[in-house]
Every structure is written in structure tokens, then in C-alpha cells.
Design a protein around this ligand. Structure first.
Ligand SMILES: Cc1cc2nc3c(=O)[nH]c(=O)nc-3n(C[C@H](O)[C@H](O)[C@H](O)COP(=O)(O)O)c2cc1C
Length: 180
């Protein structure tokens, strides 16, 4: 599959089969995340890889997503805003740690899809409790909880048909000119 087809076919997956995922695949997914573009070249985000069942059960509860504990691996992606804030002081750079982590997460999702794996990006999470569970220092902000595994089912929540047509999103030369 070429990259466009991987992007088009990727879907959020919340339930996973018991089929094992090789550790090398997870390492490669993390490396794909490591290689994402980052503001100022400052890759301040870090990962915690979780495979122990009791921890996955707890994480699943803490992000109110019941079946993600079926994934063989859950990757936590977190950023350290203080590192970027020390490098950039303008107001509009305050969100760069979010952008950096988001690009890293997208690389994980796409690499997983390319490997025939399912994944999800879960951002709604009880930060403090997950940090406590995984001994993550307080200065970090969790940007994503990413279960990865072979899909059991694909969610049907936001079908791609509900995404606005490209011409609705695109302006040519000036905002007044919608693409036809
Ligand atoms: C920034 C971001 C945050 C998300 N947070 C959650 C979440 O907290 N819980 C959840 O169940 N899904 C979450 N999702 C998954 C989206 O709901 C899902 O991507 C969307 O329904 C589109 O489906 P698709 O990924 O299959 O295209 C999140 C996705 C993104 C990009």
C-alpha cells in the first residue's frame, strides 16, 4: 500500500485480538515517532510502553475506554512543556509541545496501520492518576494513550463520509475563492 492508501484506510480501533505483536514492531513505531518533525528540532516528548495486564486494566479505566486493555501494548506519549518554553518565549509557541507530540502520535498510528495493526489516540484521561500509576513526573503532560494490537473490531463512530469534502475545506489564492 502506498502512503495515501495507508492514511485512507487507517481507522481507530478500540478492541484487540489476543494475537501477539512483536516487540520490534513497537520499537519501530516509537522510532517513527522519534523521527517526526519537531519545533526547533527539540524532541522533548517521551514514551512509556505498557504491557503488564493490571496496568493496562487501570489505564483503560482511567481513560474511560473499556476495551483498550485487550491491546498487547499501550504507549503513553507525554511532553515536557518546560523544555520548549525555555527555548521559545513568544506566546504563539506555547503550544509547540502539543504539535510535536501530535506529529509523533500520528507517525505511530500510521506505522501501525502500515503493519496491519489497529490503534487509537485517546486524549481524555485522568492525567494525575495515570502519572501516579506509571511514576511519570508531574512536569510532563500526557498527550496520548495509544493502544496497539491486531484489530478485533473497527469503530464505526466517525465514518470518513462525515468528513467535509475537500472543496469545502480548500480556498484557492484567497479565502473568498472556494475550490471547485
Ligand atoms: C486529538 C485526539 C483526541 C482523541 N481523544 C479520544 C478520546 O479521548 N477517547 C476516544 O475514545 N477517542 C479519542 N480520539 C479518537 C477519535 O474519536 C477518532 O479518531 C475519530 O472518531 C475519527 O475516527 P477514525 O480515527 O477512525 O478516523 C481522539 C482522536 C484525536 C485525534
Amino acid at each position: 500500500m502506498d502512503l495515501y492508501d495507508i492514511i485512507k484506510n487507517r481507522n481507530t480501533v478500540y478492541s484487540f485480538s489476543s494475537k501477539l505483536v512483536k516487540e520490534e514492531t513497537i520499537i519501530k513505531a516509537l522510532d517513527a515517532a522519534r523521527l517526526a518533525p519537531a519545533a526547533g528540532g527539540i524532541h522533548e516528548y517521551e514514551f512509556v510502553v505498557v504491557s503488564e495486564q493490571p496496568k493496562k486494566d487501570e489505564i483503560s479505566k482511567l481513560c474511560l475506554t473499556p476495551n483498550i486493555n485487550s491491546a498487547p501494548f499501550i504507549i503513553i506519549v507525554m511532553c515536557d512543556p518546560s523544555k520548549l518554553n525555555a527555548a521559545f518565549d513568544a506566546e504563539d509557541t506555547r503550544t509547540f509541545c502539543i504539535e510535536n507530540a501530535s506529529l509523533a502520535i500520528e507517525n505511530i498510528l500510521l506505522y501501525a496501520a502500515e503493519q496491519g495493526l489497529g490503534s487509537a489516540w485517546i486524549a481524555t484521561v485522568q492525567q494525575d492518576l495515570v502519572k501516579k500509576l506509571l511514576n511519570i513526573p508531574n512536569k510532563y503532560v500526557i498527550r496520548g494513550i495509544i493502544p496497539i494490537g491486531y484489530p478485533l473490531d473497527v469503530h464505526t463512530g466517525a465514518a470518513q463520509t462525515s468528513i467535509p469534502a475537500l472543496k469545502e475545506m480548500t480556498h484557492v489564492e484567497s479565502f473568498n475563492n472556494k475550490a471547485v
